[in-house]
Design a binder for this molecule. Sequence first.
Ligand code: PMT
Length: 366
Amino acid sequence: MTTSAQQFVTPLTFQALSGHPVHTALFDAAQEQAMGHIHLARWADLLLIAPASANTLAKMANGLADDLLSTLYLASECPVYVAPAMNQAMWHKAATQDNMRRLQQHNVSVIGPAIGQQACGEQGFGRMSEPADICQHLLADHKPKPMQGIKLLISAGPTREPLDPVRYITNRSSGKMGYAIATAAKQAGALVTLVSGPVNIPEPAEVNIVKVETADQMYSAVMQRAEQHDIYIGAAAVADYRPAVLQDHKIKKQHDHSVIELTKNPDIIGSVASLPSKPFVVGFAAETNDLENYAILKLQTKNLDIIAANWVGQTEGGFDSERNALQVFWPDGNKQFAMTDKSTLAQQLLSLITEKFHEKNPAKNS
Ligand code: PMT
């Protein structure tokens, strides 16, 4: 409590009503080395200053530390919230508004103020937000993220299957869908490993990226990691076949017709789904016709938990488009996600995957 706060309520009343000790002094003789403010700053998960007066906000904005509260703020490394409370004219004053802007630049979160009857009898902005609203705000900001603690492995982009040192067979995948899922999963709290084919888009932040080129390399990268992950999502457009022979020199132009013999690549997602300690497995199906039937067939034959099917080769959606739509199937249900941008679609798909994952793995529900 600041000296001003103690004019309204005595520390003894506050301590009796809250059931918690009240600190008022910068140097606390009861603390080891008398550095009570440092101890308090390290102890707190979050610092809320409520009510925050114009004076306290001004001191915070300018780095002044002449009492316990302002020193505590300066010494804290946890998230800081303020719930301003002051006369409406003081709130609107340019100096206060400058201070508020400065505090927000310093990552201080502001709750309120509310509008209404003020302690001084005036009406307007400056009334402290209701305590229940303040608590709700803090809880909403700090609720556990939906994918907290989940380890997600995802493949994205195309593979390149070389014919000779200068040519390869590939497809139109840009990696945008898989990268959007990796980004959304990271934001939802998951630990994400992204196995990526060659793409030309920005890398998602704070995601472990493993770069590969061929289906064989993608197979090794995924199989090495799959059993250490909770969920595997196969968003990559893996080449089903590769040239049977890799020439060590540039193939020369000779005849009018030429035939390339192809050999089958390993089925990555099918192999993941056959592992003894397999993760929850989510496949994609990219189809130009008969989408639903092919998707359900892949769900069953590859033994997947979920398959997300999208049309490809259309004017919008699928390969190299900013937007996409999905028909998602699992053994006893399905859901459609309408055409939207890939990052919104990724969030929608991930909340369904998280729900189904938790249904199958109730022990992972924290
Ligand atoms: O990358 P974008 O431009 O954003 O486009 C997104 C996308 C269309 C590539 C994506 O949404 C998508 O559909 N990815 C899967 C493409 C694909 O290869 O589908 P498929 O129906 O051929 O394969 C079915 C599933 O088996 C897929 O999960 C695929 O990753 C997997 N597979 C396929 C072949 C193989 N050898 N190994 C595999 O794991």
